[in-house]
Design a protein around this ligand. Structure first.
Ligand SMILES: Nc1ncnc2c1ncn2[C@@H]1O[C@H](COP(=O)(O)OP(=O)(O)OP(=O)(O)O)[C@@H](O)[C@H]1O
Ligand SMILES: [Mg+2]
Length: 815
């Protein structure tokens, strides 16, 4: 079953940028059936409750296979009203953002001018008219297709027209009714107790310190050179480019997945979601392969020139990064950060994103003081070769019950330009204890309690049987000496959480997903070093499930060492629970960031591009290492202290190509159509999920998880959403000189084009991640960025001028 990570049902578009209408109007008209479900979920569930009403053309039934089906009739769907969030801009603005410069001339955010783009709005949809009048542009103007070379289907189809069965017959871009067969999400846990498995990895990433500089970007010069290649966004070029060799060896057929339509939903109810299942539709019409004429049937990207006077819903007007501008990302001033002189402070990092209603402090106040002989976790670390990883994974997939043990990573050259906060890894000096004995730079779990002391020797011996050669084994005398552990750490745990407390200090709940709880923990000996530890909520059910969990561990291990992948540090089992220790991403997950930001205003386009780039880099690495993630979504993307994005949660990931019979199904909102229709688990599915993540971030809407709007998005019809690219700011002085930088791409519509490309219904038509990263727009953004994706750098980013560098230096001084 398609999963959803949110709690309550919502059907109609609630746009963050509109804030004048009562939220309750979401439930106002239109529906014949009424659905309100509630599911408490996650550590950050909001108090917002929304009642939604499906459109009358949709009815729910049960397919008899455990998943109700949604039968779409060919009758007209009715667009719901575009709703607003009551007073969110003024009632509860982000304190950081509110300090970040002037708002728009009205003193608060402006309804998105692009809202009027919804070309199919009916007269009965009351909210469109006033929005259109705000723009001063007629609906027809807004509907003008962006691609002049594209042959639009005769006239612009209304949602009703677009999904009328007659179009399937005549080959126009009509709906393909595709049966959505159930694909139950693999559950990760049940009761079972099995062997104790331990594995350790040295960390190569304990948090990055220091500001980004141009040389810090992960783009190599060769990349930038290649990025100069023509983008080719016209549909004709898209079609040439979009059958990449890197894609879809298993993609055999076009699955246009043309669905019906409704409208997206406001982000203010982002956390109020339900798991209402996807519907089962009529049989597909695979004859509807895209043609030049119907490739983007409902494309209505506006002419950027036409919108040049539109105002972006962002309060930012100046390029100089005020210190509080950085707080707008959820980051705290560096003045609040623990510094070297008080590294032994008990205070947790004062990152604002962690405090929430689920934040439970379980500080171990009874712990004895640290030993003065606390060994530093420094050591020479070695990354296994890719061959080793493949060997390891193949063993995992064969179902070996052997103990899992990885070699320790060594410092990665890609990270050499950065300094690391964590002292747990990455020096050339071997780790030693006070007797100068070397030991593994792993989490110090040795000699903790009777269970640990008996299992560790086993793990070593079994690791020899798992790994193919002697070099694969960790050469660690780690258990041959005794560390000075606080007395509390030697107690035998009685529960999974208690078990964590035997290994770490200050165990606090950080967040939770559907299957896991994630804790923030402190290194027992080095309190400023913090980690995240993910633990399954329940025990795994048996060897098969255990192997599946170990595959997640193995994949994340194989992907260590990349700037945009959450770094796995250690993993182990205890009493049937699997634990995964990763680097801590202090600013939480991207979904929370988008939610908080979205209540206030849309993200500026420059940051959206940075999000696209950083996630593409992470996904590129995943794909190049022959894996697919299959669950990309903002909740699985973490934000570091520096505002950089990292892809995490490889619970759905798989080796590539995915073997037959594999069942994976991520979140409904982000899932590619071919995953549901044809169980095609391939790289284009990740590209789709990435595209829709960027779409969500740029449009500032809550994605639908079902219904007409859901299907419309999967038919390549984004016309309900606002224009993604922002407008140019000719009057405001983002560079203090009032000039727009050369070759500016902001506001030019490139974001709309690339997202549209990534959301192509046919997976073969989507770009590879490599293609995304070699567009001119990406190269331009890369040349002007200096900070992580969530950090505001001005409308046009930072220039390469010394003036810009000076501003960054000023900021450092200021904080
Ligand atoms: N390394 C980390 N640093 C900070 N927060 C984290 C980290 N890992 C996870 N989290 C938090 O915990 C939440 C759940 O993590 P994760 O997605 O890995 O669990 P999950 O159970 O697999 O989720 P789901 O199944 O719903 O996708 C994240 O959304 C995030 O808020
Ligand atoms: Mg998750």
């Amino acid at each position: 079953m398609c999963s959803s990570s949110h709690t309550k049902r919502r059907q109609y578009p609630l746009r963050r940028s509109q804030r004048l209408m009562d939220l309750n109007q979401a439930s106002l008209p239109l529906g014949s059936s009424h659905s309100t479900t509630s599911r408490t979920h996650g550590a950050h569930s909001p108090s917002i409750t929304i009642t939604t009403t499906p459109s009358s053309s949709v009815r729910l039934s049960n397919s008899g296979r455990g998943r109700p089906s949604l039968l779409h009739t060919a009758t007209s769907p009715v667009d719901g009203p575009i709703l607003t969030r009551p007073g969110s801009a003024r009632a509860s603005p982000s304190p950081a953002l509110s300090c970040n410069g002037p708002l728009n001339p009205r003193g608060h955010t402006t309804p998105s001018p692009s809202l009027s783009i919804c070309k199919h709005s009916r007269p009965s949809t009351p909210s469109y008219a006033p929005v259109a009048s705000l723009n001063g542009a007629s609906a027809n103007q807004a509907k003008r297709p962006y691609f002049s070379t594209m042959q639009q289907p005769e006239g612009l189809l209304s949602p009703d027209d677009a999904f009328h069965p007659s179009h399937a017959a005549n080959g126009t871009h009509a709906p393909s009714f595709i049966p959505l067969t159930p694909a139950p999400k693999i559950r990760k846990s049940n009761a079972f107790q099995d062997l104790f498995v331990t594995s350790r990895f040295g960390s190569s990433n304990q948090g990055v310190t220091g500001a980004f500089t141009p040389t810090d970007t992960t783009f190599s010069s060769s990349f930038l050179a290649s990025a100069r290649q023509p983008t080719g966004f016209t549909p004709a070029t898209v079609r040439q480019q979009s059958t990449p060799s890197g894609h879809a060896s298993s993609l055999r057929e076009n699955s246009p997945a043309l669905f019906a339509t409704s409208t997206p939903i406001h982000a203010s109810v982002r956390r109020t979601r339900t798991r209402t299942p996807l519907g089962e539709l009529s049989p597909p019409s695979l004859a509807n392969s895209p043609t030049e004429a119907n490739f983007f049937p409902n494309l209505s990207l506006p002419n950027p020139v036409q919108h040049a006077s539109d105002s972006l819903n962002t309060p930012f007007r100046t390029v100089k990064p005020f210190s509080k501008a950085f707080m707008s990302t959820g980051l705290l001033s560096k003045a609040n950060r623990t510094r070297n002189h008080n590294r032994n402070s008990n205070n947790p990092p004062s990152t604002p994103s962690k405090r929430n209603s689920f934040f439970q402090s379980v500080s171990l106040s009874q712990l004895s003081p640290l030993s003065p002989s606390t060994p530093r976790n420094h050591g020479p670390l070695e990354l296994p070769t890719h061959g080793d990883d493949v060997s390891l994974l193949s063993r995992l997939e064969k179902g070996s019950n052997s103990f899992l043990r990885f070699r320790l990573p060594h410092s990665n050259s890609r990270r050499s330009s950065r300094s690391f906060l964590g002292s747990a890894v990455k020096t050339s000096t071997p780790i030693t204890n006070r007797n100068n004995e070397a030991f593994s730079p792993c989490t110090p779990t040795r000699t903790l309690h009777p269970l640990a002391t008996t299992t560790l020797p086993m793990s070593r011996s079994r690791s020899n049987s798992l790994l193919s050669n002697k070099d694969d084994c960790v050469q660690s005398p780690s258990t041959e000496f005794t560390l000075s552990f606080p007395s509390a750490l030697t107690e035998c745990p009685s529960s999974p959480t208690e078990h964590l407390r035997t290994r770490f200090r200050n165990v606090t709940l950080l967040g939770q997903g559907e299957f896991s709880e994630v804790f923030q923990v402190e290194h027992p000996l080095e309190r400023t070093v913090k980690y995240a530890v993910k633990k399954l909520k329940v025990k795994y059910s048996g060897p098969k499930e255990r192997q599946r969990l170990l595959q997640e561990v193995g994949i994340q291990h194989a992907l260590r060492g990349h700037d945009h992948i959450v770094e796995l540090i250690d993993s182990w089992e205890w009493d049937g629970y699997l634990y995964m220790q990763t680097e801590l991403c202090e600013n939480g997950s991207l979904d929370k960031f988008l939610e908080e930001q979205g209540h206030y205003s849309r993200l500026d386009e420059f940051r959206v591009w940075k999000i696209l780039i950083e996630l593409s880099l992470g996904l590129q690495y995943i794909h190049h290492q022959n894996f697919v993630h299959l669950d990309l979504k903002p909740a699985n993307i973490m934000i570091t202290f520096e505002g950089t994005l990292k892809i995490g949660d490889f619970g759905m990931a798989s080796t590539w190509p995915v073997t037959n019979g594999t069942e994976r199904e991520g979140d409904c909102e982000y899932i590619a159509p071919e995953v549901l229709t044809h169980h095609q688990y391939d790289k284009p599915a990740d590209v789709f999920s990435l595209g829709i993540t960027v779409f969500e971030a740029a449009a500032n809407i809550v994605l639908p998880d079902n219904g007409l709007s859901w299907r419309k998005l999967r038919s390549g019809d984004l016309s309900d959403a606002p224009r993604l690219s922002s407008s140019e700011f000719r009057s405001s002085s983002s560079l203090d000189t009032g000039e727009i930088p050369a070759n500016n791409i902001i506001g030019q519509g490139g974001l709309d084009r690339i997202v549209q490309w990534m959301l192509s219904p046919n997976p073969l038509d989507r770009p590879t991640v490599d293609q995304v990263l070699t567009t001119d727009e990406v190269a331009w953004i890369e040349s002007r960025r200096k900070a992580g994706a969530t950090i505001y750098e001005g409308i046009y980013g930072s220039s390469n001028s010394s003036h810009s560098d000076q501003m960054m230096e000023d900021w450092h001084v200021a904080v």
